[in-house]
Design a protein around this ligand. Sequence first.
Ligand code: NI
Length: 216
Amino acid sequence: MAYATFQPEKQGKNLRQTLSREFDHFMGGLMAILKIAKMGNEILKQVAEPVVDIAAENIAALAKDMKETLEDIGGNGLAAPQVHVSKRVVVYRITENQIPAGAQMRPLDWRVLVNPVVEPLTEEQNPIWERCLSVPGLHGEVPRFTKIQLRATELDGSEINITASGFHAMLLQHECDHLDGILYPMRMTDMSTLAFNSELGEKGFLIPRDSKEFSD
Ligand code: NI
């Protein structure tokens, strides 16, 4: 009778499930540094797909890997298409070393934005320095709305509403542009400001910013 209770299909499935769970657990404990897509890559030109189901699409795991990638490379924000995933997901933070002395703003801890939508709160645009991990080695001045509102869903499904100005507003516009296939050079109006960081010498590593661009 033993063979009668042996169900190869069922046992095979259970084994696969167990192995897959063990593998996920193992991988969850590892750092994942993702490869960055660079300007010219087709995925950066696409309009990314909205996230329909945060849990089913495993957005938490994607966001974790994106954060670890940013921690490794250094940087403030990353959009999923930059790591070859065409979904509307952004992770960002603002670290202390980005904020010039005398600025009003406090550092911002990690935020994960799912399906973010940016709305300008003013018609005023100011040129602001930008860099991008997908456009390595360069920086340029980009006109950006000085004040915006951003609505998005967080990983736990709750809605987040952010009002941002200056540098913070620029960062959110830059990251959300990635979701629509737009890189910052496509927004530039004065191409004479596009330059190699190395030509700025030491300053090129962290371009000095005006403390007025930072407010909560
Ligand atoms: Ni970028």
